[in-house]
Design a protein around this ligand. Sequence first.
Ligand code: S3P
Length: 168
Amino acid sequence: SDLPEHTHNLVFIGMPGSGKSTFGRLAADRLGWEFCDTDPYIEQRAGRSISEIFRLEGEEAFRRLETEAIREFSRRRRVVIATGGGAVTRPENMALLEATGRLIYLDRPIEIIATSNLTGRPLLNGDKGKLYSLYEARKPLYERYAHCQVLNKYSLERVLDSIFEDLK
Ligand code: S3P
């Protein structure tokens, strides 16, 4: 791998559609580390989709499951963690994540996210206005918590390389 042995876990934060799962998996493959993605983990444990959890149990229940997933993943070593876009809204999540590794804010221009397919995101529900208001509210949080920020508006290869450049 490209990183020294002692390097902490990597954690991706950022908006829905910013590429956290895509680059989380690619970074994990490159490092030979396990990839841990909170949303699929929650779905597997709950036995229902994120949309169903929101609809049947509500957002608060989802946030509790999300914190449990983050607590579990942050105990592991040599893992790359992809969080949900709303993880930054709970300070408890961020304390766990800051303690486990390097936080990378994947910054994808919001105009690009707005044109991409965001199905399965119950908070957005195809509502572009909601996407922009979430972005306004969360951008300062992503920036505050991140150790580094990577602009995701180039090719996969170039963005992945810049992630590893920032980790050196
Ligand atoms: C959410 C983002 C989603 C998912 C849930 C809530 C949010 O994850 O955790 O729908 O609050 O922004 P992605 O960022 O992977 O879409």
